[in-house]
Design a protein around this ligand. Structure first.
Ligand SMILES: [Zn+2]
Length: 461
């Protein structure tokens, strides 16, 4: 097989040609990095993935909601995004090109640790190591914080931001949820919707987007229920491919396959409810058609964790283009978010436990749909000496069935149309194709990964 970079180019070429995605968008104006258009097959594939995701959440007892994608500044002040959702950037003093300082250092000096460094420390590192502008070798300016939110305004002058995640907008509804769920905790909700991140110079195509569709599920839960989580029994025997942080610290990528009960016993998880969320995330990705051998669950190293996170694991998918790709985060957010919004909104966001007010904790599953979409295309690609085609799992293939009348004769066309309509009405995505030789028609469907084709010939009659 070709190198990762070449493979990636093959996939992008194929996606453009077959109408999965196009971009950067808008193409006829030169394109803006991090923006992509989904073509007809890409949109069908994404819909199918979203349907699978939605059904996984609903089966697990989550209720779907939808919130605005734009919110006034106060929300993002409270959530911490206004002050904390920043990338360190540096600008070339000669050609004015802007770079992410930490990535730039890492690209040239992979052994240097840049995680968690302040902007001042990054400036020092750049000077110390003699890092220069990659395109013109010019000197780099001081590293500055750059907020990743897209700013806009509501009405004439209300400062507002496009949401960088859906989660925050879900937390704001806590009081409403309490009433809806008749004051009973825990309860679970999720959103599937657009989020925006103004990445400084997004590369890696579909993996780093400025506008993307995010999926986030939240369980609002009290501490004691996280430990006593009764639903843990349903999944206690399920085995997961785990890569705990201790394994990574000895520089190993070898996953261990443990039942969740065993993983808890060995203290890879502290809370059964959190372990249940990790299992749910894993099963959502299995439901999207990823086979077990290309999924792993990687625990964050203690140094990688966000300041409020008690524990964090990622779902990673193996691709031929980029190796392992982080696709989903499972976070134990504690009561950080509700506490902050209580403070800023002056609304009571607590419940009574033993007559005392307690702010519930939040367990969260968060991911963008475009990453698994890309990973799925990447993993479905097959080639031999003669041709290339896609092999999608039937449960997510963009087109599920194609119907071919052997010839354009009325006695074959009419039953073929009838069968086509019947399959369509049953809810399957179906295509009717009567042009070209039958071999060519099969080949066309192979190229876009259609799992089933029906030919109507004289035997059919
Ligand atoms: Zn330069």
């Amino acid at each position: 097989m070709s190198s990762e970079k070449e493979f990636n180019e093959i996939i992008y070429g194929l996606c453009r040609k077959r109408g999965f995605f196009w971009g950067p968008s808008p193409e006829i104006y030169g394109g803006s990095a991090g923006l992509y258009d989904l073509g007809p097959l890409g949109k069908l594939l994404k819909n199918r993935l979203e349907d699978r995701i939605r059904s996984s959440f609903v089966k697990a007892g989550f209720w779907e909601v939808e919130c605005p994608t734009v919110s006034p500044a106060i929300v993002w002040k409270a959530s911490g995004h206004l002050d904390g959702f920043i990338d360190p950037v540096t600008q070339c003093l000669s050609c004015k090109q802007v770079y992410r300082a930490d990535n730039l250092i890492k690209e040239e000096f992979p052994e240097v640790h840049v995680e968690g460094l302040s902007v001042e420390q990054l400036t020092e590192k750049i000077n110390e190591l003699g890092v220069v502008c990659p395109s013109c070798k010019g000197r780099l300016g001081e590293v500055e914080p750059y907020n990743l939110m897209l700013k806009t305004r509501l009405g004439l002058d209300q400062e507002a931001y496009m949401r960088p995640e859906t989660a925050t907008t879900t937390y704001l509804l806590f009081k409403r949820f309490l009433t809806f769920f008749r004051d009973k905790l825990p309860f679970s909700v999720f959103q599937i919707g657009k989020a925006y991140r103004n990445e400084i110079s997004p590369r890696q195509g579909m993996l780093r987007l400025r506008e993307f569709t995010q999926v986030e599920g939240q369980i609002f839960i009290l501490e004691k229920d996280e430990i006593e989580w009764p639903r843990f029994q349903e999944i206690a025997d399920k085995k997961l491919p785990l890569l705990p942080y201790q394994t990574q610290e000895v520089e190993s990528e070898e996953v261990i396959r443990l039942s969740l009960a065993e993983a808890i016993k060995r203290e890879h998880f502290q809370k059964p409810a959190y372990a249940w969320c990790v299992q749910l995330a894993y099963s959502i990705f299995r439901g999207m058609g990823f086979s077990d051998d290309i999924i792993r669950l990687r625990q964050h190293l203690p140094t990688e964790r966000a300041h409020y996170a008690a524990d964090a694991w990622d779902v990673e998918i193996h691709t031929n283009s980029f190796g392992w790709v982080e696709c989903c985060g499972i976070h134990d957010r504690g009561n950080y978010d509700l506490t902050r919004h209580q403070e800023f909104s002056k609304e009571r966001l607590s419940v009574k436990v033993d007559k005392k007010p307690v702010v519930p904790n939040v367990l969260e599953i968060a991911f963008g749909v475009e990453r698994p979409l890309f990973c799925l295309i990447d993993n479905s690609y097959v080639e031999d000496e003669e041709r290339t085609w896609l092999r999608f799992p039937p449960e997510v293939a963009p087109v599920q069935v194609a119907v071919f009348p052997l010839m354009g004769k009325p006695e074959l066309l009419s039953p073929a149309r009838e069968i086509f309509m019947e399959i369509m009405e049953s809810g399957l995505i179906t295509q009717f194709d009567q042009s070209g030789s039958i071999g060519r028609r099969y080949r066309r469907q192979d190229e876009v990964g259609t799992p089933f084709c029906v030919t109507i010939d004289y035997t059919t009659l």
